[in-house]
Design a binder for this molecule. Sequence first.
Ligand SMILES: Cc1cc2nc3c(=O)[nH]c(=O)nc-3n(C[C@H](O)[C@H](O)[C@H](O)COP(=O)(O)OP(=O)(O)OC[C@H]3O[C@@H](n4cnc5c(N)ncnc54)[C@H](O)[C@@H]3O)c2cc1C
Ligand code: SF4
Length: 333
Amino acid sequence: MRPITYTRAASLEAAIAAFADARGEARYIAGGTTLFDLMKLGVERPALLIDLGAVPGLDGIRIEGDALRLGATALMSDVAEALAARGEHPVLSESLLKAASQQLRNMATIGGNLLQRTRCPYFRAGHGAYPCNRRQPGSGCAAIGGLDRGQAVLGTSEACTAVSAGDLPVALVALDARIELQGPEGRRSIPAAALHRLPGEAPDQEFALRPGEIITAVVVPRTGAGRASTYHKVRDRESYAFALASAAVVLEMEGGVVREARIALGGVGTVPWRAAPAEDALRGRALTPEGALAAGRAAFAEARPGQHNGFKTELGARVIAEALMIAAGRSRS
Ligand SMILES: Cc1cc2nc3c(=O)[nH]c(=O)nc-3n(C[C@H](O)[C@H](O)[C@H](O)COP(=O)(O)OP(=O)(O)OC[C@H]3O[C@@H](n4cnc5c(N)ncnc54)[C@H](O)[C@@H]3O)c2cc1C
Ligand code: SF4
């Protein structure tokens, strides 16, 4: 039995100081819906849990000038419902409403969703049953050459092919959102696209956070294009399942012509994947179902499937095409 100490931080400064004092043995906790799971599986073994739930100023949704500010401890369900009621940024509310289940969304937070770890079954297998570079650096990767139906086809390396699991981060990448952080060295802000790191040779270093840093908020630009957006997700079941392939699309149309398209993918990449080749294929062209599918296929030109996940390239292309046509329909309304 390992003893675990729990503390409920009263301020950001107190949380950061407690983390530093624990010398690498602490974890922040928000809703606990992922962290407790990983502790039961022996993947995470903290000696100290620092609860962020009572830290003032981290919750809530605010409009600040031409930006939307989502607090890190705001609940996924509250944010989804508030945005859906206002008809603002459907890509955001849909990415949240299509994630997990209502019970989980009532506990889980925006910050926790961004920092959830991979669902690779080998990573999560009980108490290190399989080699996994993400769990134990240098031990190998059981997924390569193994059961890889759910693994990534974009951004993989010789060390790891695990999919980045969350839906919200995909929407944030398409919206060019920023993540605000506070840690021992002060405050900073990074693009949402820089939060998740490619596995390369060090898949255990999943996030661009420095030791002790806390996500304090997500800042999303409010533009007209936000309304012509969608999050389209295909999964094995219609609810309560992670994406096999998903696409977040934010579209600016002029007449029937695409002025700008921002596309990010989930379920297919080792990080939330910005599909620049698809965006390039669309810019300045009329949007047709055939053109949308060609753009979708362009996004997978560099895909490197394994043994059982080759279907993701065509599925992903079709998900992009469908998402584009949904977003285009919204740009006309
Ligand atoms: C059965 C099941 C199905 C699911 N399906 C989906 C799905 O389809 N799509 C999807 O996107 N997600 C899915 N999830 C994941 C779920 O959305 C996450 O568990 C949840 O978002 C995590 O939020 P939390 O507040 O509970 O995080 P916690 O479990 O409290 O924390 C998660 C991690 O983030 C860190 N952390 C939390 N907040 C902060 C912060 N502000 N600053 C720094 N570090 C922080 C913690 O230290 C921990 O490492 C599913 C989960 C389950 C159990
Ligand atoms: S794909 Fe990554 S997370 Fe999965 S077993 Fe290999 S190294 Fe571990």
